[in-house]
Design a protein around this ligand. Sequence first.
Ligand code: HEC
Length: 253
Amino acid sequence: MKKFFIAIMLVLVPVVASANTGGVHLDTMGPDHTNKESLQRGMKTFVNYCMGCHSANFQRYERAAVDLGMPSELVQEHMIFGESKVGEQMTIAMPQADAAGWFGTPPPDLTLETRLRGEDWVYTYLRSFYKDPARPWGVNNVVFPDVGMPNVLEGLQGLQVNHCTASEMAHHEKTIDPLTGLTMGGCLSVAEKGELSVEEFDKTVYDLVNFMSYMGNPVKLESEQIGYKVLIFLAILFVFAFALKKEFWRDVH
Ligand code: HEC
């Protein structure tokens, strides 16, 4: 019996997935798939800034149009730049072999990226590029050291500089001063301004990662709703099952 209980306890221990971040602090983003406007803005950023290099081979434009509440014609007109039709997958034309030559590593497919790394990782990664003249694209990344990807959002974010050494990076968390609302600490700060302020840029990246999170799990909302319905069904069934049990056992005693 004791063994049985130990086994049950072990099964109940949640399996904590922890991506290897090299000890770097990750900012939390809290994806919200009910926020359709955020998802639509995120998809726009994704097709404009990411699909030059990254595909999303397991996502169809049309499915996203339906799930995000956008008319297919508008998606065809404003979100598809190549020859693709709205019913097709979000593929790209860049040959993997050429890309490997240009970047050192081919840009991976991003459909399931948030499942692989976690939303917080992607959110922090996209905001953690900083100036490093030693790297081929002139930038490095706190979360992904010596990354082969250029900072494609630099026009929006501006160019960041890093004040910390490698060992200091893990211990310099950015915090918000509760009195002034200003950010304090952290290793990175914008040295050359981009089109957006820090808050606006964070929001843009939030929307983008929210969309990527949707792509990684497009049925999340649906399965949650089904889950509630099943629970309600079980609750009602319980009443009848309980009444039936009482009926069966009435004469036994
Ligand atoms: C100019 C081409 C290019 C563009 C545009 C681009 N990337 Fe990348 N990206 C790369 C390359 C190359 C890598 C692989 C880097 C490596 O492994 O060193 C990469 C890697 C990544 C990774 C890490 C993958 C992993 O888990 O190893 C993420 C996440 C990512 N890109 C997201 C994005 C997003 C989001 C956008 C749009 C805002 C974007 N990328 C735009 C070239 C690009």
